[in-house]
Write a protein that binds this ligand. Structure first.
Ligand SMILES: Cc1cc2nc3c(=O)[nH]c(=O)nc-3n(C[C@H](O)[C@H](O)[C@H](O)COP(=O)(O)O)c2cc1C
Length: 399
């Protein structure tokens, strides 16, 4: 629980605190985005176009029903932690996030570019899905799968939407390979402006390594550096649908494909791969700039796959009403990225818990305003969806 001095009332305030506390390069790494930032902005702005239809009478009282099941896991609210690398913004990184998610009864995706080993994160939150990209070929992927299996990961997330665009009109941060004293000196002018961050960090002086990308299954094998692993991934050809189906079969358990924006690909994921879940996502606008907001692609995908798979919405969630809007358009739950990263930077585990509490509170007050007591009862009739809002990608009449 955040102390009353540390507590914040909105994700926007967590964002402001993160910005104040972090060195500029670290802040920019979290802000991310690509090229002109069109997709980054549209992910958030699209939610503002969706109106809500209030109802005075109807709330049944007696608390709110927010819990649901995702990838076989019971979650106490329809908000999950999306996988993100670079959580070395806080010394406890993914462990703080895992503990916060567990404390608030929800599941998390752990990035293969995470700074903490999957075994430790699972001990902190057994509802952890391991996320990987397609790296190397089948042999290499097999070793990644085996390690996650041995650790007991509750599911696998395969993320395929990455285009290696490295230019941002607002400038990219320099990310050091390891945060040692030499680097501290190089970054001294920036870091000197954020002494609080330095003090917290100086206790552990971490290296920027990615332990879950170690070549073998054992946790003791040498972890590659973030950039070493990134180069390997960059040099890898993308998989075919047969490779994705193969990976799904080797994994065996709950399996999510993340980054789906097209109806035709959603259908292939369901019919050819048999995925448990798809995450309608454009990587939080960090990928191909100009792709529409993920929430615009959600209705057509949800309608096409029906109840054959679980559909999650990922991208642009900053408040509880955004969660309700996504569910009303067909999502079972949402996944959040920056919202919890701001919380982590602002207050560690307590900051992430605070963000989840802010979202829960916002979902509940939105439900009350809609005259409903359960997230399972919201639907399109609760929204004003302006003409031209949706994007039906990968269908013949699409656009
Ligand atoms: C700093 C940062 C790092 C990320 N790293 C990963 C990653 O390693 N794997 C992945 O699948 N997605 C990654 N993502 C994308 C998130 O999982 C998620 O799709 C996105 O943040 C959702 O948008 P939002 O930030 O608006 O909530 C990253 C996003 C950010 C902002």
């Amino acid at each position: 629980m955040a102390s009353s001095r540390e507590w914040f009332e909105s994700v926007a305030e967590a964002h402001r605190r993160a910005r104040r506390r972090l060195p500029v390069s670290v802040y920019k790494a979290l802000l991310a985005g690509t090229e002109k930032g069109l997709t980054l902005r549209d992910n958030v702005a699209a939610f503002d176009e969706l109106g809500l239809v209030p109802r005075l009478v109807g709330f049944p009282g007696g608390g709110f029903e927010l819990s649901t099941r995702v990838m076989g896991q019971e979650v106490s609210l329809p908000v999950l932690i999306s996988p993100t690398g670079v959580q070395a913004v806080h010394p406890e990184g993914e462990l703080a996030v895992a503990r916060a998610a567990a404390a608030r009864g929800t599941a998390m995706g752990l990035s293969s570019f995470a700074s903490k080993p999957v075994e430790e994160v699972l001990a902190a939150n057994p509802k952890t899905f391991f996320q990987t990209y397609w790296v190397g070929g089948r042999e290499r992927m097999l070793r990644i799968v085996e390690r996650a299996q041995e650790a007991g990961a509750a599911g696998m997330i395969l993320t395929l939407d990455w285009s290696f665009s490295h230019s941002r009109d607002w400038g990219s941060p320099a990310i050091p390979d390891r945060i040692d004293l030499k680097t501290m000196l190089r970054f001294a002018p920036e870091v000197a402006l954020r002494p609080g961050w330095l003090l917290r960090y100086a206790r552990s002086l971490p290296e920027l390594t990615v332990p879950n990308m170690a070549p073998g299954p054992g946790p003791k094998e040498a972890a590659p550096t973030f950039f070493g692993a990134y180069a390997e991934w960059m040099g890898s050809p993308s998989p075919g649908w047969d490779d994705v189906a193969w990976l799904r079969e080797r994994w065996g358990g709950p399996f999510m494909l993340k980054g789906v924006m097209r109806v035709d690909e959603a259908l292939r994921a369901v019919e050819e791969v048999g995925v448990t879940a798809i995450s309608v996502s454009n990587h939080g606008g960090n990928n191909l700039d100009g792709v529409p907001a993920s929430v615009r692609a959600l209705p057509a995908i949800a309608e096409a796959v029906g109840d054959r798979t679980e559909v999650l919405l990922d991208g642009g969630i900053r408040r509880g009403s955004d969660v309700v809007k996504a569910v009303a358009l067909g999502a079972r739950a949402v996944m959040i990225g920056r919202a919890y990263l701001w919380g982590l930077a602002a207050g560690g585990q307590a900051g992430v818990e605070n963000v989840l509490d802010v979202l829960r509170g916002g979902i509940e007050s939105t439900l009350r305003g809609l005259g409903k007591g359960s997230i399972h009862r919201v639907g399109r009739e609760d929204l004003i969806v302006p003409e031209g809002f949706e994007r039906r990608l990968g269908v013949e009449d699409g656009g």
